[in-house]
Design a protein around this ligand. Structure first.
Ligand code: SF4
Length: 301
């Protein structure tokens, strides 16, 4: 990685403290790491690139995300990630948008809960392609920005990475705790500094559908794709503290405890019934003056 990458990110370094030093990410175990970083979007890549820069690693970004739907959202996320990589002088590999293959693999899992088997397939598919590209192009370490979001189950993401890397001798999946408070704040400092587009759902058409259902049940406007206005809140990242708070462990846990109650229902009809029940319950809570803390969780990616 060129030295100017370190300089470009120096402004984002959080004030050193004992806790932060303890939370610093350790380098991969490979003695001469050449890292292929699978990236899902610019906001999730910022803090990881910063850490890799701190460790003076040689990295390339691999953009392979056939899950993202619709195409317009895919192009927005990709172009932003590409611009960011170009600004830092990091090689960017733009891989296929084989969404047809993704939908084929997701068949029968359309109504699975987020963090369920559809997500395992989605991580597997992306990490398998990342590992293949790594092996064919001389990389010996792979990592993914999916591991940095608290909206994802880190163990589920890591398991896919480990499975994919295990297919090729000498290829390491870099497992680290990318979801610490320090990394989360750093991610949003960089996102605000770069004024990244604030996406409002994980990526696939099913997460778009379910996030909109959840919003409807909570009286929040629908997700907006592209444009200068978001469905709720700002279109672009501007406030690191507020954004980091939206991804606090408490907010994420609250979202999944309520959303999964609905999403784990066996069939579509039952899910619809549960959504309506949930909506009614929310209305009653609001009428009774209960605090609606669920409104804070708007960016489940
Ligand atoms: S919710 Fe996210 S991780 Fe899960 S299948 Fe959809 S895009 Fe993939």
């Amino acid at each position: 990685m060129p030295p100017h990458v370190v300089l470009a990110h120096a402004a984002y370094s959080t004030t050193p403290s004992t806790e932060q030093e303890l939370q610093a990410i350790a380098a991969p175990s490979n003695a001469a790491p050449r890292v292929l970083l699978h990236s899902c979007c610019a906001p999730c890549s910022g803090a990881m690139i910063h850490e890799m820069s701190r460790l003076s690693l040689n990295i390339s970004i691999f953009f392979y995300n056939p899950n993202i739907h619709p195409r317009r959202e895919y192009e927005i996320r990709k172009e932003e990630n590409k611009r960011f990589a170009e600004k830092l002088g990091i090689p960017f590999v733009d891989c296929d948008y084989d969404s047809k293959a993704w939908f084929e693999r997701a068949a029968g899992m359309e109504y699975d809960a987020e963090r369920g088997s559809r997500c395992t397939m989605c991580f597997d598919m992306r990490m398998e392609r990342t590992a293949l590209h790594a092996k064919e192009n001389g990389f010996n370490v792979i990592a993914t920005t999916n591991a940095t979001s608290r909206w994802k189950d880190a163990r589920q993401v890591d398991d896919s990475g480990v499975r994919a890397a295990a297919k090729y001798e000498g290829l390491e999946y870099w497992k680290a705790d990318w979801q610490t408070n320090r990394m989360t704040l750093l991610k949003y400092q960089i996102s605000a500094g770069e004024r990244f587009y604030k996406q409002e759902y994980c990526g696939c058409s099913y997460s778009l559908r379910d996030s909109n259902k959840w919003r409807e049940a909570n009286g929040i406007g629908k997700i907006k794709i592209g444009g200068e206005e978001a469905g709720m809140g700002d279109r672009y990242f501007t406030n690191p503290e507020v954004d980091a708070e939206e991804e606090s462990q408490e907010v994420v846990d609250e979202f999944f405890s309520s959303a999964n109650e609905v999403a784990t229902a066996d069939d579509k009809e039952e899910r619809e019934k549960l959504w309506n029940l949930y909506k009614e319950r929310k209305k009653q809570q609001q009428a009774a003056g209960a605090e609606d803390d669920g409104l804070a969780a708007v960016n489940n990616w």
